[in-house]
Design a protein around this ligand. Structure first.
Ligand SMILES: C[S@@+](CC[C@H](N)C(=O)[O-])C[C@H]1O[C@@H](n2cnc3c(N)ncnc32)[C@H](O)[C@@H]1O
Length: 417
């Protein structure tokens, strides 16, 4: 069957419509004319793959990564960067309208990543033993099967060098008995840090020989084993020091992260008398910069390890008006409402699932402003709609391209009472 792709869907597939049916075509790009094979027919829509490119999209380009067609990490490397940005802007606008009824909200142009490649300061590699050799890699597109890699062009130079070296070391080892599940690599911009994750937490000791093989190298500062005292490291953002470890959540694109923090601070317009609640605070990425401009900040985070590091970072920055609470946001909000606490500003940066369960409780805390940082347009749309129904106006939304070459879209929304 022949179709012409109209747009990109969230998830990265090309969208085409024909005879009242919608087709999601893996690898299809806007204005591609394609012969397609349907792989799943669901009635009013179908999933398909490209059988032949009859006429390529004017935005179609060669990809630098030799495993792009297989690897699940990137979906859009074959689309030129301006077209990636155009499509992401459209997806956000369309989703906020369709799922949030937010047709009139000011959606700003997407903030491009200063680096189109070489931006990722953190990766997690799967590891497996096959045909007498160790391999490192990622999941394949749309599958749990793996694709082996020895380099990843979206990683920063240091992370990429570390991937190359780990791949060389591991593929030279014939020993299948290491209980190795995966490897986290992180970089502070100067050196890389490696964490080996054992298949069973109690078998970490069996990775000690492997750790020695990987340790000695100029670009790597630490190699540690998860569960046997993962080594932390320091990095800085906008003059603030942060402590973390490779297995803990941190923002992967440092330059975009700086621009996001600046946006949160600009939109917060804090005065030294104001109080802030920072929900889903991680290692204090937003909490520490916010505390510098506020009277008091309460930060809430569910990961005990993140909270321990965040407290140390606050100390290292001599920030004393910031309390990190190790709790689930939903629980913390319940207690705060019981105690009749109020906040001037609430910042929230939930995982992909969004923050549906906490919105009513959050509104009870009566913030004048809410700043919502999101990595999923659909849950953002749903949650902004709920805020609107509860009396908050969505003033503006600014998308950021945190993850070039992929379908992911990060956004910050400002809401006022
Ligand atoms: C998208 S990250 C944001 C972290 C941080 N704001 C940052 O910019 O680095 C989401 C964070 O929410 C935390 N989290 C997940 N579920 C949570 C919950 N129910 N309550 C509080 N924190 C939660 C995760 O551990 C993670 O650190």
């Amino acid at each position: 069957m022949q179709i012409e792709i109209e747009r990109i869907a969230f998830g990265g597939a090309g969208i085409a419509k024909k005879d009242g049916k919608v087709f999601f075509v893996r690898g299809g790009l806007p204005k591609d004319v394609l012969e397609i094979n349907i792989i799943k027919d669901k009635g009013n829509y179908a999933e398909a793959v490209i059988a032949e490119i009859i006429k390529p999209s004017p935005d179609r380009i060669e990809t630098p990564c030799p495993v792009f067609d297989l690897c699940g990490g990137c979906q859009l490397q074959n689309l030129n960067y301006p077209a990636q940005l155009r499509e992401k802007e459209y997806i956000l606008k369309e989703t906020l309208g369709r799922l949030g009824g937010l047709y009139d909200v000011a959606i700003e142009p997407i903030v491009p990543s200063p680096k189109e490649f070489g931006f990722r300061n953190k990766v997690t590699l799967s590891t497996w033993f096959y045909k007498g050799k160790w391999h490192v890699g990622y999941n394949q597109k749309g599958s749990n099967r793996k694709v082996a890699i020895d380099s990843c062009p979206i990683s920063t130079d240091i992370v990429d060098k570390t991937i190359k070296r780990i791949s060389e070391v591991l593929t030279s080892l014939g020993d299948p008995y290491y209980p190795l599940e995966k490897i986290h690599i992180s970089s502070n911009g100067f050196k890389s840090q490696i964490t080996l994750v054992p298949r069973h937490s109690r078998r970490g000791d069996l990775l000690k020989t492997l750790l020695k093989h990987l340790r000695r190298h100029q670009e790597t500062e630490n190699v540690s084993i998860n569960g046997s005292g993962e080594t932390g490291f320091e990095f800085s953002i906008l003059g603030n020091k942060f402590l973390t470890t490779p297995s803990i959540f941190t923002q992967v694109n440092s330059e975009i992260n700086e621009l996001m923090i600046k946006t949160v601070l600009d939109w917060a317009e804090l005065t030294q008398e104001q109080t802030v609640l920072d929900l889903y605070s991680g290692i204090g990425n937003f909490s520490i910069p916010l505390a510098r401009g506020a009277s008091e900040v309460l930060a809430v985070e569910i990961s005990n390890n993140s909270v321990k590091l965040a407290r140390k970072s606050a100390q290292a920055n001599s920030v004393n008006n910031l309390v990190f609470q190790n709790a689930a946001s939903e629980h913390a909000i319940e207690v705060l409402n019981k105690d009749e606490e109020k906040f001037d500003l609430i910042v929230l940066d939930p995982p992909r699932e969004g923050a549906k369960e906490i919105i009513e409780g959050l509104v009870e805390l009566s913030p004048t402003k809410v700043i919502y940082v999101s990595c999923d347009p659909a849950t953002l749309a749903r949650d902004l709609k709920k805020f609107s129904e509860l009396g908050y106006k969505v003033v503006k939304v600014r998308p950021f391209d945190m993850f070039p070459q992929t379908f992911h879209i990060e956004s910050i929304a400002l809401l006022c009472k």
